[in-house]
Design a protein around this ligand. Structure first.
Ligand SMILES: Cc1cc2nc3c(=O)[nH]c(=O)nc-3n(C[C@H](O)[C@H](O)[C@H](O)COP(=O)(O)OP(=O)(O)OC[C@H]3O[C@@H](n4cnc5c(N)ncnc54)[C@H](O)[C@@H]3O)c2cc1C
Length: 315
């Protein structure tokens, strides 16, 4: 039977391993040993943990359908997600999971530069392994606060097809991005995941068309002008609402009893991605590329709004 990644389901925590200071990996398997839904490097799972739904990138082997592996950094000011994983979740327990979903897929290129900061190594590890399997040359640079805080050093060090370097900040300072991206061939792609300052710095020096990034947290954005209200028809539910200036389409849908899925409410996880049947979205998420915003025909209803008077959504 095929597993629908959009259906929440229970998976069994089979093993948990300390990968670095503050980083625990979690191996998940089907409780009855059935094969798991396939995934591609860059994918993440939504985990229901500590009363929250949180995203964790798959960092195991996509060819192994018997288990998923994610790795979770203990976030000191956590509202529940990572703290629950570190203090409550244990092997033998079940956890509710949605996905895999991929908003950070490896696109074909002649070569890759992978840049990871801290826990941002999770999707990058799977992507580098893919490049290695495909025989595509790559360079991978992993920066972190200290060697002890940097997960998967052993696995990265065992990669043979590319050039892997480690930049612990307490020994070497920040990654020299200008040097890393000097002479970037026009047919190369750069994949970057990590804290916001690293992503901002990479964006400042890398040609936008060659850069793919994944954010684990939403950046702060100052917007000019006030939001206005607009009408949204939820076609499948037969409901039409007015979305006021101070509310989101997602909030309005929930208030009207329209069934939705959501998680981050910040435009970074993609859980609430919804098909647009008519109208012009005002995209405010951090996932869709400029090209996708023009052509994808979907929007993230937690943050995006409407540039026309009315939207019709497939909800
Ligand atoms: C696609 C994707 C993939 C990801 N992959 C990984 C991964 O592989 N590994 C990993 O560890 N993480 C990953 N993350 C991040 C992860 O989903 C969680 O955001 C992270 O674990 C923190 O969750 P939390 O509930 O512990 O912390 P939260 O409670 O969400 O806190 C996170 C931050 O928000 C701030 N905060 C706390 N309270 C509030 C509040 N009331 N209002 C606003 N802000 C507040 C805190 O200062 C803290 O810095 C990923 C995220 C995305 C979107």
């Amino acid at each position: 039977m095929t597993i629908d990644p959009e259906e929440p389901r229970e998976l069994l925590v089979r093993r948990m391993t300390w990968e670095a200071d503050g980083v625990l990996s979690v191996e998940l398997a089907h409780p009855d040993g059935k094969p798991l839904a396939p995934w591609t490097p860059g994918s993440h799972l939504d985990l229901h943990v500590g009363g929250q739904i949180r995203q964790y990138s798959l960092c195991g082997d996509p060819a192994d359908a018997t288990r998923y592996r994610v790795a979770v950094l203990n976030e000191p000011s956590s509202r529940g997600g990572s703290r629950h994983v570190h203090t409550k979740l244990r092997p033998g327990q079940n956890v509710t999971v949605l996905g895999p979903r991929n908003h950070f897929a490896l696109e074909p290129a002649a070569s890759y530069v992978f840049i990871a900061g801290g826990i941002g190594i999770t999707p990058i590890l799977a992507q580098a392994r893919q490049a290695e399997r495909d025989g595509i040359p790559y360079r991978l640079i992993h920066g972190g606060r200290s060697r002890a805080s940097m997960a998967f050093g052993g696995e990265l060090g065992a990669l043979r097809g590319g050039e892997v370097s480690f930049v612990p900040q307490d020994e070497q300072g920040h990654i020299d991005l200008a040097a890393a991206l000097a002479d970037l061939p026009a047919d190369a792609l750069v994949y970057c995941c990590g804290p916001a300052p690293l992503l901002d710095a990479v964006e400042a020096v890398c040609p936008a068309g060659q850069l793919r990034i994944e954010r684990f947290a939403a950046p702060v954005v100052e917007r000019d002008g006030d939001d206005t209200s607009f009408e949204v028809e939820f076609r499948a539910s037969g409901t039409t609402v007015t979305v006021g200036a101070g509310t989101s389409i997602l909030d309005a849908a929930e208030s009207a009893g329209v069934s939705t899925q959501s998680s981050c409410r910040d435009g970074i996880c993609g859980t609430c991605e919804t098909r647009v049947l008519a109208g012009v979205p005002d995209h405010r998420d951090f996932l869709l590329s400029d090209a996708e915003k023009e052509t994808a025909g979907t929007m993230m209803i937690c943050v995006s709004r409407c540039s026309s008077d009315r939207l019709v959504l497939d909800l």
